[in-house]
Design a protein around this ligand. Structure first.
Ligand SMILES: *Cc1c(COP(=O)(O)O)cnc(C)c1O
Length: 478
C-alpha cells in the first residue's frame, strides 16, 4: 500500500486497526467501569474555555493522541445517563451491540431511504419496525419509520394525522392534549403551524379527562372549527402518567379523530405483561411513538413512529407530492413492489438507524429485553416500598412506567415553600457525592424528588443506598 496522500483523507489499514482497537478499549473500559466512576461532574464556567478557544487545526495531529484527549478532556465532562446511579431525566442505558450497530452503519455509510440506494438496510428498517409494532400489540399490517428521536417522530405523526383528516390545511384545525404533554411535542406542533390549534387541557391526576375532551370537541365543531387529533400520553416524562387510552379510542372513533399516543418513554413497557396491562388500549391508536434510545437501551439517536396504516405516511410524505426539479432522483423511483422509506417521513438521507436495534434484538433476544424492562418496573416498586415504609417520605405520584415521585417531609413539617426548598437541597446533597444523580419535578404544584428506574443495571441495593443518602441529607437539614 502506498502512503496515503493528504487529499485522500485516508489512513492505512494498519492505522485504522490500531486506532479502532484503541477506541474499542476506551468504550469497553467506559461501559464496564461506569459504576466506579462519578455519574456526573459539574462543569464550572470557564472549565471548557480551552475547547472553545481552539484555533482551526490546519495541520495533522496524531489521531491516537486526539482520542486520548477526548477521553481526558471532553467525555468525562458530561452526565453519564447509562450509569447505574443515574435516576434523573430518562436514563439511557445503551448496550454494546447497539454501539456496534452504529459503528457498522457509519463505517459502511449506507442509507435506507431509497430502495435503489439501500435495499438491504431498508429491509432491516421495515422488519424491525414491524417487530416493534407487533411487540406493542398493534394489528398486522402496521409499520413505521425510524427517526432521530421522539421529537421528529411526534412531528411526523401530527403531520400525517393532519394530512389524513384535513388535507394539510391548518385553517381552524384543533387538536387536544393534556398539559402534561412533553414540550418537545408542543414545539413540534408549533413547527407545523399548529400553535393556535392546540387545546392544552388540564389533566385530572395528570390524565386527560375524556369527558372534557368530548365537550371541547363538540363545542369546537359547533363553532365551525375542525378537530382532527387527540394526542395522548403513554408515560408522561414527569410522572409516567398514562391517559385513559380505551376511552379516548372510543371518543376518537365516535368523532372521526386520529388517536396518536406519545409513548416515547413508556410505550416499550407494553412488551411486558405488567406494562401491557397498564397500557390497555395502546394498540387501538392510529399512531404510536416509541424511543428505542430510551427504554430499549439503544445509543442516541433512534426514535420510531408506528402507524396502523402505513399508507397514511406515504400519502403525507411521498416526495412525488413535492417534486419540482428533481430529475436527479429518477434513478431512485421505486417500482410498485419496492419501498422508498424517505417517502414515509420527513428526512431524505438518514443513517441506517435500525441496524443497532436489529443487532441487539437478535443478539440478546427479545426475551432479554422484556426482562430488562421488567427489571425497571421492579426497581420502581422497590423504591415505592421504601417510600411507603418511611415516616418522613410522602408518595406524590406513581409508581408508573418506571417513574416515582415523592418528597421528604420531616416530622416538624415546615410550610409548603420550605418543603419545596428542602427537596432542592436534598437533591443537591445527594448528587454532590457523584454516586447518584436524581432530579426534582413538580407534582400538583409541589416539588417532588423524581426517580426514573429504567436502567436494568441499577440494583435494589443501589436504591437502598440512595434512600439512605436521601434520609441523611433530609435529617441534616433539620
Ligand atoms: C423524550 C420524550 C420526547 C422527546 O423525544 P426525543 O427523543 O428527546 O426527541 C417526547 N415525549 C416524551 C414523552 C418523551 O419522554
Amino acid at each position: 500500500m502506498t502512503t496515503p496522500a493528504p487529499h485522500e483523507l485516508r489512513l492505512t489499514a494498519e492505522q485504522m486497526r490500531a486506532l479502532g482497537h484503541q477506541v474499542v478499549d476506551l468504550v469497553v473500559d467506559h461501559l464496564s467501569g461506569q459504576r466506579d466512576r462519578p455519574v456526573h461532574r459539574r462543569v464550572a464556567a470557564g472549565e471548557v474555555d480551552h475547547l472553545l478557544d481552539e484555533a482551526i487545526p490546519e495541520h495533522p495531529a496524531d489521531p491516537g493522541g486526539l482520542v486520548d484527549f477526548l477521553a481526558a478532556e471532553v467525555l468525562p465532562r458530561s452526565l453519564h445517563l447509562g450509569h447505574p446511579g443515574c435516576l434523573a431525566f430518562i436514563p439511557s442505558a445503551n448496550n454494546f451491540l447497539g454501539v456496534l450497530g452504529d459503528f457498522i452503519a457509519s463505517g459502511f455509510n449506507v442509507s435506507p431511504g431509497a430502495w435503489f440506494v439501500g435495499a438491504g438496510p431498508a429491509a432491516i428498517e421495515q422488519v424491525t419496525a414491524r417487530w416493534l409494532a407487533e411487540l406493542l400489540g398493534m394489528p398486522a399490517g402496521s409499520g413505521g419509520v425510524f427517526t432521530p428521536g421522539g421529537t421528529v417522530a411526534n412531528l411526523a405523526a401530527v403531520a400525517a394525522a393532519r394530512h389524513d383528516r384535513l388535507g394539510d390545511d391548518p385553517a381552524a384545525a384543533v387538536l387536544y392534549c393534556s398539559d402534561q404533554t412533553h414540550p418537545a411535542v408542543l414545539r413540534a406542533c408549533h413547527v407545523l403551524g399548529l400553535r393556535d390549534a392546540l387545546r392544552l387541557l388540564p389533566g385530572t391526576g395528570h390524565r386527560l379527562d375524556p369527558d372534557l375532551v368530548r365537550r371541547e370537541v363538540e363545542a369546537d365543531r359547533r363553532a365551525g372549527r375542525r378537530p382532527f387529533l387527540v394526542l395522548a400520553n403513554a408515560g408522561t416524562t414527569g410522572t409516567g402518567s398514562i391517559d385513559p387510552l380505551p376511552e379516548l379510542a372510543d371518543l376518537c372513533r365516535e368523532h372521526d379523530l386520529w388517536l396518536h399516543v406519545d409513548g416515547a418513554h413508556g410505550a416499550a413497557a407494553a412488551m411486558t405483561s405488567r406494562g401491557r396491562a397498564a397500557l390497555t388500549g395502546l394498540a387501538e391508536a392510529d399512531s404510536i411513538v416509541v424511543d428505542p434510545h430510551k427504554w430499549l437501551f439503544q445509543p442516541y439517536e433512534i426514535g420510531c413512529l408506528l402507524v396502523r396504516d402505513p399508507t397514511t405516511l406515504y400519502r403525507t410524505f411521498a416526495l412525488e407530492r413535492f417534486r419540482a426539479h428533481a430529475g436527479y432522483l429518477d434513478l431512485t423511483r421505486p417500482s410498485p413492489d419496492e419501498v422508498n422509506l424517505s417517502d414515509h417521513g420527513v428526512q431524505l438521507t438518514t443513517s441506517a438507524r435500525a441496524l443497532k436495534l436489529w443487532l441487539s434484538f437478535k443478539g440478546f433476544g427479545v426475551t432479554a429485553f422484556r426482562a430488562a424492562i421488567d427489571r425497571g418496573l421492579d426497581l420502581t416498586e422497590h423504591a415505592a416500598g421504601l417510600v411507603g415504609r418511611s415516616a418522613e417520605l410522602e408518595l406524590l405520584a406513581g409508581p408508573s412506567l418506571g417513574i416515582l415521585c415523592f418528597r421528604y417531609r420531616p416530622p416538624s413539617a415546615p410550610d409548603t415553600a420550605d418543603l419545596d426548598a428542602v427537596q432542592h437541597r436534598i437533591t443537591e446533597a445527594v448528587n454532590a457525592s457523584g454516586r447518584f444523580m436524581i432530579a426534582t419535578t413538580t407534582v400538583h404544584d409541589q416539588r417532588a424528588l423524581r426517580l426514573c428506574t429504567t436502567n436494568p443495571r441499577t440494583t435494589p441495593a443501589d436504591l437502598d443506598a440512595l434512600f439512605t443518602d436521601i434520609m441523611r441529607a433530609g435529617q441534616a437539614l433539620e
